[in-house]
Ligand binder design. Sequence first.
Ligand SMILES: Cc1cc2nc3c(=O)[nH]c(=O)nc-3n(C[C@H](O)[C@H](O)[C@H](O)COP(=O)(O)OP(=O)(O)OC[C@H]3O[C@@H](n4cnc5c(N)ncnc54)[C@H](O)[C@@H]3O)c2cc1C
Length: 367
Amino acid sequence: MSEHVLIVGGGIAGLTLAAALDPSRFRVTLVEERPERAGAGTVLALWRGAMADLDRLGVGERIRAASITSDHGTLRDSHGGVLARHRVPRLCFAPRPELVAAFEAVLPTTVTRLTCEVTDPRALATEVGADLVVGADGVRSVCRQACLRPSGVLAGRGFVARSSHLNPRPVVTEWIALRGHLPGRRPQGPTEWWGPGGVFGVTPGPRGAAWFCAVRTDQPDRRLQAPSLEGALALATNRFGDWDPLLQQVLAEVGGEADVQRILLAPPLRRSAADGLVLIGDAAHGMAPNLGRGANEAIRDATVLAAMLHRHGAKGGPLAFPRRRHATTQVLRLASSVALRTATTSRLAGVRDHVLRMLPQQAPPTG
Ligand SMILES: Cc1cc2nc3c(=O)[nH]c(=O)nc-3n(C[C@H](O)[C@H](O)[C@H](O)COP(=O)(O)OP(=O)(O)OC[C@H]3O[C@@H](n4cnc5c(N)ncnc54)[C@H](O)[C@@H]3O)c2cc1C
């Protein structure tokens, strides 16, 4: 008799898992609160590991055809001076809507889709008769919160938050992220501008270019919600006002399509699996966007979890999964915060820029 997996969240992690599970081995119920949001967004940088997973799922070629590939990037200081030119191994800039559409196209027809907000994942699992709940519900994860009591004591065996971070709720940062498309112009490779209190990036994108920035709000009250687009744009225009004039041009062209969100992080977790429940993607390790790894790790998590479930079943799989993924993703979560601080420091900016300029410059290939 097939086992039943309940996946909470139909974003990148949840869709990848639903597409990767063998329908002859697992019944799958996929619950998504806002299906229309899953395909929203601009461009995701996908690295080699995630692309190999997409190949295994049979969507790699479709994504490559819709993406722009680049193998070099540039770091600039806030005034546009080059800090470093570096090679990146065949980075694919994939439109997020295309990625979601590709997963939808290979989703087995046997997957049961529910559209609702899950408030009690274990109760829903009992209701639908699931053997395993997979929390793929993003950085605000109700699955993570439902499994950790406020005291940090186990709600399910083996699920512990680090003692200094007993709160399972997301860590609310003072950072706001904005991103959007810039139709018409296609840069050769990704470029980031680093400076005090902000980071700005422009990447190639199928509609020309995509841009993103992170701005520190300097507000003592860190609210869970991001400000309005107008408020965020005013903040960014002010922050980047005396930076490279190109950035002001980009911000001046932003239409109503730009996306604004507060940067939330998952709290550090000692483990990401408990009795009958496992967390994947941002629910387990929501990180600052600076390394461009969040969606990559969500895809990797889902692919590895699917392999562990095929090998060990719904009981053994969640125990085997953290051994393969937990340490790596927790390190990346931490490293992305360090990257954000390094990119936006004012105190150590001089030293940082000096070190970066001393590095061997890897010029983009010509011709
Ligand atoms: C500015 C910016 C740039 C980024 N750039 C990159 C990049 O270049 N490369 C990269 O790899 N990553 C990047 N990321 C990170 C990437 O977007 C995320 O890591 C990735 O989307 C995580 O996928 P997920 O499926 O785990 O979570 P999500 O995408 O958040 O999906 C979770 C889903 O669960 C649903 N959900 C939540 N709660 C419930 C509930 N209670 N009931 C039912 N459904 C629920 C949500 O509606 C959502 O659809 C970037 C992030 C930002 C902010």
